[in-house]
Each structure stands twice: as C-alpha cells, then as structure tokens.
Design a protein around this ligand. Sequence first.
Ligand code: COS
Length: 383
Amino acid sequence: MSLDADTLRMLVEATRTFVTERLMPLEAEVAESGSIPPQVREEMQALGLFGLSIAPEYGGLGLNMEEEALIAMELGRTSPAFRSLAGTNIGIGSQAIVLAGTDEQRKKYLPKLASGELIGSFALTEPEAGSDALSLRTTARRDGDHYVLNGTKRFITNAPIAGLYTVMARTAEGRRADAISCFLVEAGTPGITLGKPDRKMGQAGSLTCDIIFEDCRVPASALLGGEEGNGFRTAMRVLDKGRLHIAAVCVGMAERLIAESVRYATERKQFGKAIADFQLIQAMIADSQTEAYAARTMVLDAARKRDRGEPTTLEASCCKLFATEMVGRVADRAVQIHGGSGYIAEYAVERFYRDVRLFRLYEGTSQIQQLVIARETIKAYAA
Ligand code: COS
C-alpha cells in the first residue's frame, strides 16, 4: 500500500516535529544514561513508528520502501539509539515473518510488533560467523514436535529488551544455504540466557548483547514458514531491505551533521569574521552537502525500484556502502569545522562521530557490500 501525497507529507512532518521537539532535547541524557525513557517509547508507539513497514491488516502503517525511507531519514536526524529502538520492528526483527512466515505466525506476532508492544530482534551473527554468515554454528535438532537449539548469537540489537528473536540455526550439516533454517523464539523460553549488555564505542541507548541457547526447546510451530532450509535466503532478503533502511538513516544523520556544522560555522568568529565566510570551511560544507544529496537520491531511486517489485540486492548494497561511508566523511568534516570544540563531549558532533562508525559495520560491513556489488555487477554484465 502507498499513502496519498497529503497523508505522507503529514506523517513526515509529524515525525520531523517529534524528532526536533521531543527527541533532540533528550540526546545528551540518553547518551549519559544509556537508556531511553519509557515514556518516549510510548510516544513512538503512538506515532506508529514501530509498524511503518507492517501491513495495515496487522496494525501497521503499510508504508512502501520509498515512504519508509523518508521517515527513516527523519529519524536519522537524531541519536541513532531512538531509531534503533523501533528499527528492528520496522526491519530485521519483523521482515522474516512478513516475507516468509505462515499466516498463523503473522497473526501471532505482527500486530504486537507493529504496535511496539513486542520488540523483535534478528539473531544471525555469532562469535565465529560475522561476515561469513553461512558458516554459523547454532544448531536446531528436531526432537519429536520440538526443535532443540544450541549455540551463541552475538551483538544482537535490542536483544536485552526483545520479546521475540528471529534465530538462524543449522538444521543440516554443510556450508550451504539450505542447511540453515529460521526460528521464531520467544524470550523467556527455558534454555536461553542473555549476555551482559555490550559496552560500545557509541550509540549509547541502543542495546545489544549475546543470546545463548543451551538445549532450548521450541515447538515445531516456531519454524519460520513451517519449512526447513529457507533460513539463510530469508535472512539475505531481510538484509536487502535493512541495508536500504540503514542508508536512509545515514542520509538523515548527514543532514543533521551539516546543519550542526553550518550553525557552528556561522556563529564562530575567527580572524574577525564568521568561519563560514572562509572558503576552506565552505569547501567542507559543499562536499558534505553534495555527498548527502547523492546518497538521498540513490536511496530514493533504489526504494522506488524495490517498490516496483524489481530485484534490488545490488542497489541496496550500493546505497549501504555509499551512504555509510559518506556519513563517516561528513561526521569527520563536522568535527573539523568545530575545531577543538568538536572533540569535546558537550557538542553533539563528538557523539555522532562515534555513533556513525557502526553504520559501516552492521547489516554487512562495507567490504561485504563491495563483494555483493561486484558479484551482482559481474553477473549482470556477463549475462
Ligand atoms: N536474496 C536471496 N538469496 C540470496 C541473497 C539475497 N540477497 N544473497 C544470497 N542469497 C542466496 C544465494 O542465491 C545462495 O543460494 P543458493 O545456495 O541456492 O545458490 C545462498 O544464498 C548463498 O549465497 P552465497 O553463495 O552468495 O553465499 P556466500 O557465503 O558466498 O556470501 C554473503 C554471502 C557474504 C553475501 C552473506 O554471508 C552476507 O551478506 N554476509 C554479511 C552478513 C551480515 O550482513 N551480517 C550482519 C548481521 S545482521 S545485523
């Protein structure tokens, strides 16, 4: 479903207002405390932010990818922790069910994910399987009407607060896609232990930890789609969408960093005038603006292509690679424009500089995006 132009504009504006008036003033507090006030989660729920991409029949807003990208850009303008809270429900924590769940699984989980009552998470990464996701070791052994899960998942976003984990586990031997299946595992199932929340370089308030499965018995009905062997391909399809979403978030963050840079550069005086009057400062602003605009255009183009039902594995990786690297450069210039102040914790750019580093790592490193882009490009031209 896609919204009419007026409704979309209103939704984008409501999100922008919420971000500017409600979330931005809380950034420093969230960074300090490492947690988001419960009241904010309720307000995000009321705005429908947890269900952006989930169909209206399950209580979501049913946005198409272009619409979701526009909202993700707005959410990107503030500390990534806020986006991250709703982000798994919008993306990797719900999309496996959307793409490949049975009717029963969709009815059971999507309404609660859409409302934000339940937080979802996506458990693919393991201590020995990061970029090489196909080598994951967590096993799911069939035992009568149950599966028994054993293994450790690492760096799982929102795991400390999630009620549902989408878990990729091995149901057969061998480094092949059809050896991996996907399970919908509810938090609190006996045999699950959570690691301590990870201490991270940035993105304070976005919670990650290990999930450890020790003889964790789940009913056979937890198998996504009721079929073994689809877990890896589903995970890759989920990431195709997730990577576009992250690229959109980076566009919003880059635009915020540019706004912060311009504000500082117009206020800060050196050599008798605002530093914004100096061409070397202007060059940095111009480079950042050009790159942010390029990323915005790429993301929206790829999103429209996806909305037309065309394959976008290549485009999603291009967007993820370019936008995450771009925001790293923009954050670096923002610190440079702020001079010594940019290194001081009171300024938002110091924090964002650390926050944006993660974008180049999660949902596939830049090197994995390069690998996917090269493979897809060679395949396309060799065909
Ligand atoms: N959509 C659908 N299917 C896909 C796919 C996609 N985007 N990408 C790969 N597949 C399928 C392939 O078609 C192949 O299927 P067949 O076995 O039927 O041919 C299977 O999955 C295995 O793919 P491939 O042979 O490309 O596996 P590789 O191990 O060579 O490469 C990469 C897979 C590296 C691309 C994958 O492991 C990856 O994306 N790694 C990064 C993981 C990641 O992003 N982690 C972040 C954690 S989540 S926050």
